[in-house]
Design a protein around this ligand. Sequence first.
Ligand code: UT7
Length: 332
Amino acid sequence: MNFNKIKSAVLGIGMAVPPKVLTNFDLEKMVDTSDEWITERTGIKERHVLEDGENISDYAIKAAKEALEKAEVSPEEINLIICATVTPDYIIPSLAVLVQDGIKASNAGAFDLSATCSGFIYSLIVADQFIKINPDWKILVIGAEALSRKTNWQDRTICVLLGDGAGAAVVGKSPDPEKRGIIDFYLGADGSCWPLLTLKGGGSCFPPFDERLPKEEFYIKMKGREVFKVATRMMEKICLDLLERNNFSPEDIKLLVPHQANLRIIEYLREKLGLPKEKVMVNINKYGNTSAASIPLALYEAEKEGRLKKGDLVLLVAFGGGFTYGGALLRW
Ligand code: UT7
């Protein structure tokens, strides 16, 4: 079998976010911040958050059902479910098995993948490898996060940034590999930087209720300025490397879909690549940083807005805690 000739493509995409919206003005009443600071420094105006009694699995299942419908694939045809998340409903079981049960994917294996904000790209590339070996497989790749449940609502350096949501893609063999499918990818990590973005409490080092650890360490913490510097450098490098080694120039891209962490990072990238605004997807204003869900939410909305059509050259790029980073160059 010539594995190189087989390309995988996104056959259908879905998304779901909790209806509850928290605006910058709501946050002004909770911590010492302002709409002006948040807008200027991040580009975020509002974010969606889970209400009591809701779980992110509810939204991952909803997004998965929509993706299946769009791809015209039945749950029984799904061979594998990969959920990129750092905020599953439980430690055991995985979010992926809750989705498997929720959509009744009776023939699917299921596992979670932990790669923070790069999780969707990592999962997409894992799916791509499976499809190259099993070309008839259909794989659900999901990015879903309940970051509000791991947010310290008294910490203004983090609570203004994060939001909840889920995006799902059905990935399968491209019906036309010349015109559609994943062309190349970039995956990387730098574990030496792990102290810059952490959620220490609740893991096996410091189990829940461990009194050795201060309470604030049971929430996400970030040294934003340091992360910002590496994020801009790495995202630029990934984009340029992927384009160069595939003989494309930035002008060839129809749409750049970057992880939505900060509008200033996205703008930096846009300027470095010399792209006009219409070639860069931005929806951070509505959702904040949703970690692994951010890329599928952006892809979904880009397609819905008619900015992404079959065959278009798309560049995905993400960066997150760990550090992890990744990119994917594909024809939609
Ligand atoms: O998704 C994973 C990857 N994540 C990222 O890539 C995020 C990267 N980092 C960032 O996006 C930015 O660093 C932040 C948005 C987190 C912060 O923006 P910044 O421009 O780097 O601000 P800063 O941390 O340098 O803080 C500037 C000032 C500080 O006050 P002083 O020390 O200058 O008096 C902060 O205390 O802003 C203050 N500040 C705030 N003020 C109002 C920090 N958070 C807030 C806030 N409201 N929410």
